[in-house]
Design a binder for this molecule. Structure first.
Ligand SMILES: [Zn+2]
Length: 211
């Protein structure tokens, strides 16, 4: 969905609530008290009530939005931005765009979305042609690590090791002969060390058997 279409599909908080309720009903709500799967929707208090034991739960209970006081519309906007843009955006930028007073809840919302999307990405497995390499980024050392002597180069404690895995595809008649391949899915995982065993273990859970 394009950015402009978002407003057509989700023009208001009420529409987002209705949509979220539909999704919840579709995936099925199970009462945590009695295991019953049938619920009644109470629109005034915006709660589901278990038909069997009459316990109630909020619309977002049991989901990653649980406990958030932010409007559903905020969540929909943020998720949409994550899905439709390739760029990352900061919590302060999001806060400014939404015109929200407090920073913390916006930060928490983005953190939750990133973490859920990370879990989804972690389940993705590569197929076809797949390439991997190691990468690094600089990190601060923990206070208790500072007593250890600092190693140099790629083994340094100041460098976090990252396994970079890419699904690549040969392009037929590439416009630019210097770019004969196209990158599909990409995955980066922080790894404790660069031992072959560690890399092998991490890589094998990310690839299909026929890759
Ligand atoms: Zn129940």
């Amino acid at each position: 969905m394009k950015l402009l279409d978002f407003d057509k599909h989700f023009p208001s908080e009420a529409v987002c609530i209705e949509k979220f309720k539909e999704l919840r009903n579709k995936s099925g709500i199970v009462c945590p008290h009695c295991g019953n799967k049938e619920h009644i929707w109470l629109p005034t208090s915006m709660h589901f009530e278990c038909k069997s034991c009459h316990s109630s739960r909020s619309l977002s209970s049991g989901t990653f939005m649980h406990g958030s006081k932010l409007p559903f519309l905020y969540w929909f906007i943020a998720i949409h931005l994550f899905n439709s843009t390739k760029k990352t955006f900061s919590a302060s930028e999001m806060q400014r765009q939404l015109g929200h007073k407090r920073y913390q809840p916006i930060w928490e919302m983005l953190h939750k979305i990133r973490s859920v999307m990370g879990q989804r990405d972690a389940q993705y497995t590569f197929s076809g042609m797949f390439e991997l390499d190691e990468g690094f980024f600089s990190t601060e050392r923990d206070e208790n690590e500072k007593t250890e002597p600092l190693k140099r180069g790629r083994g340094s404690q100041k460098k976090s090791k990252v396994l970079v895995m890419v699904e690549s595809q040969q392009v037929e008649n590439p416009k630019n002969p210097k770019k004969p391949k196209r990158v599909n899915h990409l995955k980066m995982i922080v790894i404790p060390d660069l031992k072959a065993k560690t890399i092998y273990q991490k890589a094998t859970i990310s690839i299909d058997k026929d890759a």
